[in-house]
Design a protein around this ligand. Structure first.
Ligand SMILES: C[S@@+](CC[C@H](N)C(=O)[O-])C[C@H]1O[C@@H](n2cnc3c(N)ncnc32)[C@H](O)[C@@H]1O
Length: 333
């Protein structure tokens, strides 16, 4: 076991009535991705009388990772009562409290960074083994099927395809893509330094940047850099409004370049996007398609199972669009 775990356990054994030691252990286990174990120690701290901001904040986070969104929300609310000026807590509550905050344009980047920094070490194990997450593999397969069907990859046989992986996380998408298109040169961008640390180990990236993806897209435009493929695998759920994402991506797509992403599907009658209790956004098909049309992309959408939550399949979509010069009369999709 980790020496820090041993140290914290010794503290508990020496002072079994001290709630602070249980709290410290709960925090450590959370950072290691042992969510259920963390919950046990945090609850014990509470039984021993802890009533602090830190306790409720950590409980909020643990329940968020366990996808118990309502419990998460109620603990973040208690945390805010203790520290009404705490910005991160306020933003998480806004994001989680979907019904009353439909207008939230996206999650604050510091909140996303905090969530993924805490989660990075256990991200792959949790997603792949517990949530049956196959989105990167399926998205690459979908992309290759679409492009092969249209002979669209012919041009890539002659030149190195330049790929931008937005919200690259630990590099699962890039690893899949590199296996199929080994001559591609992939640039990864992510907010979380800890996720990027895992991504480096995959040894599939040409370059990696810690940056907000919208800022990065704008910087690339200024530098006159452009890409054959811009991909965002399971990143769109952290953005609400997609106008800027589409516009900025399309500005740096090469002619005939591709925009590819997965998103969680919202029924069209519920509007354009919606923030749910788990802090992620869903987007309606009609919204995505209207932005594609507005930005001169022609493509397709496919319904897919993205992962499982509490034994239920989470339904989503894959979007594939190709940058084209169009006549006003063209029909899309
Ligand atoms: C669910 S993970 C997906 C990671 C990877 N694409 C995959 O499929 O395994 C979402 C990632 O998007 C990143 N992310 C979310 N919003 C972002 C933003 N605005 N800019 C850069 N990265 C962002 C998070 O830090 C996280 O690593």
């Amino acid at each position: 076991m980790d020496p820090h775990f041993d140290y914290l356990m010794d503290e508990i054994l020496q002072n079994p009535k001290c709630c602070r030691h249980f709290l410290n252990m709960g925090q450590f286990l959370l950072s290691e991705g042992h969510f259920l174990e963390s919950l046990g120690f945090l609850n014990k701290a509470r039984k021993l009388g802890d009533d602090s901001f830190r306790l409720y904040f950590l409980l909020g986070k643990v329940y968020l990772f366990l996808s118990c969104s309502e419990k998460s929300l109620s603990h973040f609310k208690k945390a805010l009562e203790k520290k009404p000026s705490h910005e991160e807590t306020k933003y998480i509550i806004n994001a989680l409290d979907g019904e009353r905050h439909v207008s939230a344009r996206s999650l604050k980047t510091s909140v996303v960074k905090g969530l993924f920094d805490d989660y990075a070490d256990k991200f792959e194990n949790h997603l792949i083994n517990k949530l049956n997450y196959k989105t990167p593999k399926k998205l690459v397969k979908f992309f290759l099927a679409q492009t092969e069907k249209k002979m669209a990859l012919k041009i890539w046989e002659k030149e190195t395809p330049l790929v931008l992986d937005l919200g690259c996380g630990t590099g699962l998408f890039a690893r899949e893509l590199k296996q199929k298109l080994n001559n591609s040169q992939i640039v990864g961008v992510d907010l979380s330094s800890q996720m990027l640390k895992q991504a480096i180990k995959k040894d599939v990236y040409f370059e990696l940047y810690q940056e907000d993806l919208l800022k990065f897209l704008a910087q690339e435009k200024k530098k006159n850099n452009s890409y054959n493929l811009i991909a965002a695998c399971d990143t769109i759920p952290y953005l609400g409004d997609l106008e800027e994402f589409f516009e900025k991506s399309c500005l740096i797509l090469k002619p005939e370049g591709f925009l590819l992403f997965s998103f969680e599907a919202l029924k069209d009658d519920r509007g354009e996007w919606f923030s749910f209790f788990n802090g992620r956004f869903k987007h309606s098909l009609s919204y995505v398609m209207s932005l594609a049309k507005k930005n001169n992309l022609r493509g397709e959408v496919k319904l897919e199972t993205l992962r499982e939550e509490k034994g239920e399949r989470v339904k989503g979509c894959f979007f594939w669009g190709r940058s084209i010069k169009i006549k006003k009369t063209d029909n899309f999709f």
